[in-house]
Write a protein that binds this ligand. Sequence first.
Ligand SMILES: [Zn+2]
Length: 238
Amino acid sequence: MTLTVMTLPENPAGIYRLDSLGPGVVAGFHSRIFDHSKRGEFLRSLGLRPENLVRVKQVHGSKVVVAENPDRAFLETAADGLVTRVPGLVLGIRTADCAPVFFWDPIRKAAGIAHGGWKGVKEGLLNQMLKTFEKRFKTRTTDLRIAIGPSIRRCHYEVGKEFLGFFPGFYFAQDALKGHLDLCGSIKSRLVKRGIPEGQIFDAGLCTVCENKKFFSYRVERQNPERMLSVISISEGR
Ligand SMILES: [Zn+2]
């Protein structure tokens, strides 16, 4: 699987396209060059229509909504996952440390995106995504192709020892009180356990703290309200 970095003359390395998901879908995220005022530019660069963007409130929970149009009311909907089968609709999730998780079912032509923070992941958000795909689109989990975008990684994700109980196998003790969490490792493992072949899960492997020059990190810059927008959209006219 590959990650294509689109280089535009005026925005070098500003846009990341996830070609790994295969044909029929457009997915990507941007670097910190694109603040919220340049969101339209980012979407248009991917060939997407800004007026088709649909986002939810993002509350670190496990609720998933099925979107059929870019209704602004979704912004008031407390949810952390979006799925659709409508071509051209742009599903978006904002993050700065939490993991954006992209979903594509090339057989049923259904796409989704989730806000993978530790709380949502712990509360079953990924399972809820898969259940929604299965129930609404008759997706077989073995068909799904998944991508994980930029996120805080084990190298920088220091957490308290209570995380040992939350994420057994993905908490690495540093001393008696704290350790490091491998959130993306846990995301992958949960997906594999639910039947998604490992070779169909692509991890961009980018750490928002290691690469803070490129990406926003809530841990590093708490006062900064900017976030990366990650999007997925089913190609139109296929
Ligand atoms: Zn790091």
